[in-house]
Design a binder for this molecule. Structure first.
Ligand SMILES: Cc1ncc(COP(=O)(O)O)c(C=O)c1O
Length: 363
């Protein structure tokens, strides 16, 4: 048969397009957006000022290597800036890693309720995404290892994971790395690392520094409050950094993002305020929603996963909250049709959700 139209590569049309969290509620003026794990505190005022100042130079290409930002990140985390690559969000870097390390017929492992960008990035390369089962909504190292075959090239692990909020202790991550063949890249996506308050957690910096096949990705979209600017970074072994630098867009990070990100990472007081707000309200939400009789998966992040039942469904709860301007995320696409994910919001938003859930359950 003659093909008469341009055809995307195999795999592309198997991608279910990513549907972002909603930001509006029909017919409601005041909306509390709790659907995309953004910070309720906003960006650092220093970052906003740097962004505005960058507005005077929009005619100029940005620094293609984002040197100032990589140096600021290096200083904040004690890392060699040469081992850092910045991207237009960590999504950009996850896709670049897939493009650099996957080819037709390869396999990349993610976990059943893992972040949706992993199978999307994998399919886009012609490789096959393999979902490893989770235990108690948590990535399971043995299950991941069972999925590994000679075709495996990448293991994507969000730690902590979105949308479950659960994490894998560092000892387990190290066990996973030790058991994987050296030609498999372990991508540790630590988008929520800044929020984690657990003694047995480590974002991956040490593993990257001491092995040859681990990369850690991070984002400015969450605690730094710069989601709109699209900014992320990765830290990896020199050969991986070299490969990504070869295929990334020459100006993949824009000038205002470089300026704002540099200021944001230096404003440790703002980061600490955001962390404290989160610690307080994450605990409060977990307890108060739990008291209503709903299961809440223990979260190490800035969001909670709330489980509903066959009688009081997640869809009905979502609609009930939406009418009150409380926009959560239904996570059916993550194979969690009975759950809603809620970002930790302002005090006002958090209290409104608990009150509305109480009304919903009492109906
Ligand atoms: C686990 C995880 N990784 C990566 C990202 C993408 O972040 P970015 O905005 O940097 O592309 C998100 C965003 O929600 C996430 O939840």
């Amino acid at each position: 048969m003659t093909v008469t139209r341009p055809q995307p590569r195999p795999g592309v049309l198997h991608i279910a397009p990513y549907i972002p969290g909603k930001s509006t509620a029909p017919g409601v003026d005041k909306v509390h957006k709790l659907s995309s794990n953004e910070t309720p505190l906003g960006a650092s005022p220093n970052a906003v000022a740097a962004y505005r100042a960058a507005g005077d130079h929009l005619q100029d290409y940005p620094d293609g290597s984002a040197s100032e930002l990589r140096e600021a990140i290096g200083e904040a985390f004690g890392l060699d800036p040469d081992r850092i690559v910045c991207g237009a969000g960590s999504d950009d870097l996850l896709n670049l890693l897939a493009r650099a390390y996957l080819a037709d017929g390869d396999e990349a492992i993610h976990t059943t309720h893992g972040f949706l960008v992993y199978p999307i990035a994998t399919l886009g390369t012609g490789a096959k995404p393999i979902a490893a089962p989770e235990t108690n909504f948590t990535a399971d190292v043995d299950a991941i290892l069972k999925c590994a075959t000679p075709k495996t090239r990448i293991v994507f692990l969000a730690n902590p994971n979105n949308p479950t909020g659960t994490y894998v202790p560092f000892d387990e991550v190290k066990r996973l790395q030790r058991a994987l063949p050296g030609n498999v890249l372990l991508v540790l996506d630590a988008a929520y690392a800044e929020y984690v308050r657990r003694n047995d957690y480590e974002s991956g910096i040490e593993l990257v520094a001491t092995t040859d096949n681990v990369v850690m990705t991070r984002t400015f979209s969450k605690i730094y409050g710069l989601a709109s600017l699209r900014l992320g970074w990765m830290y990896g072994p020199a050969p991986v950094v070299d490969a990504i630098n070869r295929i990334r867009g020459p100006f993949n990070v824009n000038g205002p993002a470089i300026a704002a990100g540099t200021a944001a990472i230096r404003d440790s007081a703002h980061i600490e305020r955001a962390r404290e707000h989160n610690t307080k309200w994450l605990a409060w939400l977990t307890e108060e929603i739990g008291k209503l009789g709903l299961d809440v998966t223990p979260s190490a992040t800035n969001f909670v996963l709330i489980h509903f039942s066959d009688e009081k469904t997640a869809e009905a709860a979502n609609a009930f909250l939406m009418k009150r301007g409380l926009v959560l995320r239904h996570v059916g696409a993550y194979k969690l049709p009975h759950a809603l994910r809620m970002s930790v919001g302002t005090e006002e938003a958090n209290r409104l959700v608990v009150k509305a859930l109480e009304e919903f359950l009492g109906q």
